[in-house]
Ligand binder design. Structure first.
Ligand code: CP
Ligand code: NVA
Length: 298
């Protein structure tokens, strides 16, 4: 591996041209999904989880294997990472065994520390701060359904969480408008160019994309959800969006809480395409991260 591994930790850390190239490659890989190029032949990806996962785990496993590579999966508790061994030693030892490592761990600071000490690419599979792999799949889905992302209005509802924060990061890179309707006490202290409102109807008005996520992220179990009730995505809210607007959700969904079944059963909902696109986007992310090993991007 090169001495400067290509980490995939947070969208703003990565050159915008590289991000656009990854998305273009993801579309190409999807078009050729029955003939996946064996560009990761002989390479190994470690995946470490301290939280549950269906999509991230499955899609990384399948992505790696379809491109000819291998995976090894552990929970953080299976390893010495959670206290018994330093982060530095963990990162340096992993770097001697595998070609890239994906972590789903709560602490973004720990992820960054792993990356500082690793000589292989480190990929963010979700932290409490951000979820960049998800948003690459989301952008890919928007491009498929609506063409360019540039200039679109995305309206977010509910908790201003890791997924919302990553969409906010993406809005500056891809030049789209983000309006987040969130309970007042949860509004971010500094929202930059992002519009924050408590008025769900105003946020939805004329939106191209309506998006929400669970009100209770992993690790926040027991949280009071009453304050989120005005931010539920239901047919009344969808009716305020632009005709042809799509509904997105990273999943898992809590039906009847952040979104109703009526919305999910309409053609506006693109949730399963969004989930599928995790696979294609991740192949392109892996190829970009591992390009230094001789992998060809396209
Ligand atoms: N959207 C997402 O990351 O799903 P999982 O928690 O199932 O990986
Ligand atoms: N915000 C959610 C996303 C799950 C994919 C969580 O962190 O649990």
């Amino acid at each position: 591996m090169t001495s400067h591994p290509r980490h995939f930790l947070d969208l703003p850390d990565i050159p915008a041209d590289d991000l656009r190239h990854i998305l273009a490659h993801a579309h190409q890989l999807k078009r050729n999904k029955f003939q996946p190029p064996q560009v990761l032949s002989g390479l190994s990806l470690a995946m470490v989880f301290d939280k549950r996962s269906t999509r991230t785990r499955m899609s990384f496993e399948v992505a790696m294997k379809q491109l000819g590579g291998h995976t090894i999966v552990m929970t953080a508790d299976d390893m010495h990472l959670t206290g018994a061994e330093s982060i530095e030693d963990t990162a340096k030892v992993l770097s001697r065994y595998v070609d890239a490592a994906m972590f789903r761990i709560s602490s973004h600071e720990t992820l960054a520390e792993i990356a500082r000490h690793a000589s292989i690419p480190v990929i963010n599979g979700l932290t409490n701060h951000s979820h960049p792999c998800q948003i690459m799949a989301d952008l890919m889905t928007i491009e498929e359904k609506l063409g360019s992302v540039k200039g679109k209005k995305i309206a977010w509802f509910g908790d201003y969480n890791n997924v919302a924060r990553t969409i906010a990061q993406a809005s500056k890179i891809w030049d789209f408008e983000l309006v987040a309707a969130v309970p007042g006490e949860l509004a971010p202290a500094s929202s930059g160019d992002i519009k924050i409102t408590q008025d769900a109807a105003a946020a939805a008005a004329g939106a191209d994309i309506i998006v929400t996520d669970t009100w209770v992220s992993m690790g926040q179990e027991g949280k009071d959800i009453q304050k989120f009730l005005p931010y539920q995505v239901n047919p009344d809210l969808m009716a305020k969006a632009k005709p042809g607007a799509i509904f997105m959700h990273c999943m898992p969904i809590h039906r009847g809480e952040e979104v109703t079944n009526e919305v999910l059963s309409t053609s506006a909902s693109v949730i399963y395409d969004e989930a599928e696109n995790r696979l294609h986007a991740q192949k392109a992310i892996l190829a970009w991260c591992l390009e230094g090993t001789g992998v060809k991007l396209v």
